[in-house]
Design a protein around this ligand. Structure first.
Ligand code: F1P
Length: 593
């Protein structure tokens, strides 16, 4: 969590550009924002709040300097307040530092530094970094040397950028287990947590590895290994455009991203040949598959299990990345471990990937090119959703599902599934055309305290994902259940007027789920159904219904039926006055375990 940016600009003032760049990283954290520039002294402006709330009070007009750093915070250590906001400095303001990650041994370092006479202002773990840097600079090192020594002391996950008042027009940055990219523009050089920050200014990207030191100066970028040797890094050009990271007329990124889902799927379908190649290499060598993921990516994985087990007959497990260590000793060289992550930077997922790499073949399904997961897995499938800024995953989710459907379809040589998949973008286009029915439902149910979502078989992950979207952005309690599991406990909670969302595509489970619908209805629930246009019995039994093309059967439902549920959550969030792009307490990229 947290986003950082650093830049050195040959012809421009840094502060306004830093603000522009960091505003593109607000999806990573929005508790507070801060900027520091260098003009032979360190200038700092920072405050608690989202950029839109504090922008005017920051008043960057008088911030001189052509180099600087910026930060958006998602608090881990210390409340979100002005003092805890980054950049942090030493007491003499020799250096300023921004940091994404957690310094695990900060307490011992802090005690030691206090005993040496350092004064700390904040409750953050980060503040030890500027104090260490200043200490080593006082001992005679330059900022680069001080940074090298500092990272030999701190433990944990970090991406750090620092400036020093004695070293004009220079930013020193480094990373370990938190993302950091380097952007090379024309006479302007950047570091950032993610590419949307710098798309407008630099398209040539370098991906530093753990422990490497990045030096931005007026005349270019240097990257050194931990021994101080300059290393030649590959430069990759990204094809994402700056517009992709803008709202382009939509009120919120989430709505824009829901509306881009047909394109995201179409683009991900182009991964077919890559996926075929991976399957040709691994198919004969494996007898088991394990998916590892968190949150929405976990729900995509669950669909993967159902598809692969039913179509390819390969035993497939799904494990939450944070719980992975209990399953790790069952892996062997005949297991393919598939990691799904839109960001490719989720700490729990990366930790599991490192462990799985020791015994098994690993495959990462990731949206962000160059992210850590893509560099650590044996095989990579890139979902082609483009940048997703809204914290709640939508277009990356359907793109993950597209990759999984391709994988399962090719693995089981099931042409029927691949033919159905090709039609999905058109179905989705049709579904998002007119949200008026969903808007009416969101007005009707906006005051509900609890929602239940039920689905059976392929529709069970849809119920889980629908409930997660509701929780994330409306703060209403939503719980997804396997429809058959209702009577084993949750039915006790169903009462007069409780909304129950029933996911009921045509298919072999239809009759059984209809019975579950009857069970909740007879206890007074308000039944909101997602079903087929031809489903007369369902239409008759539902209080509210979103009708979907009758060609869509239960097997292809996970990638289509989720769309009205995303829209329902979105419009309920709007009705309840919540910001769907920046849900409280959450961030898009969870780089802490
Ligand atoms: C997993 C995840 C997302 C969720 C939110 C927080 O991220 O749980 O599904 O929408 O953004 O993180 P990832 O591993 O897929 O990047």
């Amino acid at each position: 969590m947290c986003g950082i940016v650093g830049c050195v600009l040959k012809h421009k003032k840094a502060a306004p550009i830093l603000l522009d760049c960091i505003s593109k990283l607000e999806y990573r954290g929005y508790d507070s924002i801060g900027i520091a520039t260098e003009d032979s002294k360190i200038n700092i402006k920072k405050d608690k709040g989202k950029i839109i709330e504090v922008n005017t009070s920051l008043d960057l007009a008088d911030m001189e300097g052509q180099s600087g750093i910026a930060h958006v915070r998602w608090a881990t250590h210390g409340d979100p307040n002005k003092i805890n906001s980054h950049p942090h400095t030493d007491e003499n303001k020799t250096v300023a530092v921004v940091h994404n990650g957690i310094i695990e041994n900060y307490l011992e370092i802090k005690e030691q530094l206090i005993s040496e006479g350092h004064n700390f202002k904040s409750d953050t773990d980060t503040e030890v970094i500027p104090h260490l840097l200043e200490k080593f600079i006082k001992e005679g090192l330059d900022l680069e040397g001080a940074m090298k020594k500092t990272i030999s002391i701190i433990q944990g996950a970090y991406a750090i950028a620092a400036i020093c008042k004695n070293e004009p027009n220079k930013v020193i940055a480094t990373r370990k287990d938190s993302p950091l990219i380097v952007g090379v523009g024309k006479d302007e050089y950047f570091v950032a947590s993610d590419s949307p920050a710098i798309l407008k200014y630099a398209k040539d990207i370098i991906y530093p590895e753990r422990g490497e030191i990045v030096i931005l100066e007026m005349n270019g970028v240097t990257i050194k290994d931990i021994n101080g040797n300059i290393i030649e890094k590959e430069i990759e050009t990204i094809d994402w455009t700056p517009e992709m990271a803008e709202k382009e007329g939509y009120d919120y990124f989430m709505l824009k991203e829901i509306n881009e889902q047909d394109i995201a799927i179409r683009n991900t379908l182009t991964e077919k040949n890559n996926i075929k190649k991976i399957i040709d290499e691994v198919k004969c060598a494996i007898n088991r598959i394990m998916f590892v993921a968190c949150g929405t990516s976990y729900h995509a994985s669950l669909t993967g299990k159902y598809l692969i087990e039913s179509l390819a007959g390969i035993p497939t497990d799904v494990v939450l990345a944070s719980e992975f260590k209990y399953s790790a000793n069952t892996l062997n060289d005949k297991t393919l471990v598939i990691f799904i992550s839109q960001s490719g930077e989720t700490a729990d997922t990366l930790k599991a990937l490192d462990i799985a790499n020791k015994t098994s073949k690993t495959l990462a399904i990731v949206n962000v090119a160059g992210s850590s997961a893509t560099r650590r897995a044996d095989y990579v499938i890139h979902t082609q959703a483009g940048p997703e800024i809204g914290v709640a995953a939508t277009k990356t989710y359907v793109s993950q599902l597209t990759a999984i459907y391709l994988f399962a379809g090719l693995l089981s040589e099931n042409d029927d599934l691949l033919t159905k998949l090709k039609k999905v973008p058109d179905y989705i286009k049709e579904m998002i055309k007119d949200p008026s029915n969903i808007i009416t439902m969101s007005k009707k149910y906006k005051y509900a305290d609890d929602f239940f979502y039920i689905g059976r078989g392929f529709s069970y992950p849809i119920a889980l994902e629908g409930a997660l979207k509701l929780k994330e952005i409306t703060y209403v309690h939503g719980e997804g259940y396997a429809a058959g599991e209702l009577k084993h406990g949750p039915l006790a909670l169903i009462d007069e007027g409780i909304p129950v969302v029933v996911v009921l595509p045509p298919g072999e489970n239809h009759k059984k789920t209809m019975s579950n619908l009857e069970e909740v209805k007879s206890r007074g629930a308000d039944v909101i159904s997602i079903g087929s246009m031809d489903d007369k019995p369902l239409i008759d039994k539902s209080d509210d219904i979103f009708l979907i093309n009758s060609e869509i059967d239960d097997i292809i439902a996970p990638i289509t039926y989720i769309v009205p549920l995303q829209l329902l959550s979105y419009y309920m969030a709007i009705e309840r006055g919540c910001d769907p792009d920046k849900p409280k307490n959450l961030a898009k990229c969870v780089t802490v375990e």
